[in-house]
Design a protein around this ligand. Structure first.
Ligand code: PMT
Length: 400
């Protein structure tokens, strides 16, 4: 999740485009952000606190005081935020912002904020091109605020022209780009290869041997490595995960053999290899050409050992920094350290199915990292945050 842990303050002012903010909030929350919404009193004519707070999972404030007499501190909310997004920003709210007309909670919060501010104006076309609006947008820009320009199209008045608030995806992308541009490109110049997901080993044209891996852990690692500036090659078995980062080069494979071949297309050129895939250890010796009929009471399928992709990577290692995973159910640490040694790895990430929330499918994982000389334990976290911990650790090792 690209916005994991980010605190976003959304200020809604009273315009018809306010209805689109539901999509923006849902998108931010889905990407892991914490979202606090405040509204001008007029915004309540367009959207309800109930719908907004249901999506943001936090109370929504329109006034300095709540009905129960508590104070809604504009200062606290302003200082809490990593970014503030004013959307839709009406001509009235824009004017109040740039001239310091502090007569509602939104403006008081805005004037207390020290974080970057995004403004998505929305108004009728003549208002948008009016010299006062243009001057106010210029002023906002001169304050360092980022304007997400209004788009062309049909307006609530029925007129056609520029004034529609930018689409929620456009606003979200600007905010994400802003956070991305602030990430230190610590892996710039490095090529990182990641294996992810399960492998499927065919029994016949309709059946296979597989496992519960969703690919989430590997996809999180790929996106985080790319965010840090690496060239990322992601080789994934069958997975419904989508990659949100277009810079990640995704190669889809099915079986362990295919994954092995794909890995070795790139192996010489990579700097870091991370094997998070749950590769099937065995595959049917023969794949039946036709669907196997259920004629007999029992069925025996002879299995043969699959290639161990990571072990082969370890054997052929020249300059690559290799990270393995160990998925264990017993004697966890001993087994993980054994794999570190046997597969000639630089580091191994242990996750145990005995830890609740760890391993397959979940959005969370709980890991321990081992090198030949070090051990580091981590709490249960989202897989995005686990990816950050793993890459921080890799970087610390590369610096040694
Ligand atoms: O995909 P998710 O649902 O998010 O789940 C994540 C995960 C649980 C799959 C992941 O965190 C994980 O633990 N991946 C490794 C699973 C595994 O197969 O572990 P292992 O202990 O059996 O294998 C040890 C290492 O050798 C792994 O790095 C594995 O990728 C690699 N291996 C194993 C067998 C094989 N034939 N080839 C390999 O490359």
């Amino acid at each position: 999740m690209s916005l994991s842990g980010k605190k976003i303050l959304i200020a809604i002012s009273g315009g018809i485009a306010a209805y689109k903010i539901h999509f923006l909030i849902r998108d931010f929350v889905k990407k892991g952000a914490e979202v606090q919404v405040i509204m001008t009193p007029d915004a309540e004519n367009f959207v309800t606190k109930l719908s907004i707070s249901t999506l943001s999972k936090k109370p929504v404030y329109t006034d300095f005081y709540s009905d129960n007499g508590t104070w809604n501190s504009h200062v606290e909310m302003a200082l809490w935020a990593d970014v503030m997004v004013v959307a839709p920003c009406t001509a009235n709210t824009l004017s109040k912002m740039v001239h310091g007309m502090c007569d509602n909670l939104v403006i008081a919060t805005y004037m207390s904020a020290k974080c970057p501010v995004f403004i998505a104006p929305a108004m009728d076309l003549d208002m948008y091109v009016h010299p006062s609006t243009k001057k106010n947008l210029d002023l906002a820009e001169s304050f360092g605020h980022m304007i997400v320009p209004a788009e062309n199209g049909e307006l609530a008045s029925g007129l056609i022209g520029q004034g529609r608030m930018a689409e929620p995806e456009t606003i979200a992308q600007k905010v994400e780009d802003f956070f991305d541009s602030n990430i230190k490109k610590t892996l710039e110049g490095k090529t990182v290869l990641i294996t992810a997901g399960p492998t499927y080993e065919a029994i016949d044209p309709v059946r296979f041997i597989g496992n519960h891996s969703s690919g989430k852990m590997g996809f999180s690692l790929a996106e985080e490595a790319s965010r840090r500036g690496a060239k990322v090659i992601l080789i994934s078995g069958p997975s419904s995960q989508k990659i949100n980062d277009q810079n990640v080069e995704l190669h889809k494979v099915t079986s362990a053999q295919e994954m092995l071949s794909k890995v070795f297309e790139f192996y010489d050129k990579i700097d870091i290899g991370i094997a998070s895939a749950a590769v099937a250890d065995y595959a049917p010796k023969e794949v039946a050409k036709e669907k196997i009929k259920k004629n007999d009471e029992s069925l025996t399928i002879e299995l043969i050992k699959n290639p161990d992709i990571l072990r082969t990577m370890g054997e052929k290692k020249t300059h690559q920094f290799l990270v393995g995973f160990a998925l264990e159910t017993q004697n966890e640490e001993e087994n993980a350290k054994g794999k570190l040694e046997k597969k000639n790895l630089d580091m191994i990430v242990l996750n145990s199915l005995r830890d609740e929330g760890a391993g397959f499918k979940n959005d969370t994982n709980k890991i321990k990292i081992f090198t030949k000389t070090e051990k580091k334990e981590f709490n249960l976290k989202s897989k995005d945050d686990v990816a950050k911990d793993i890459l921080d650790f890799v970087e610390s090792q590369l610096l040694k």
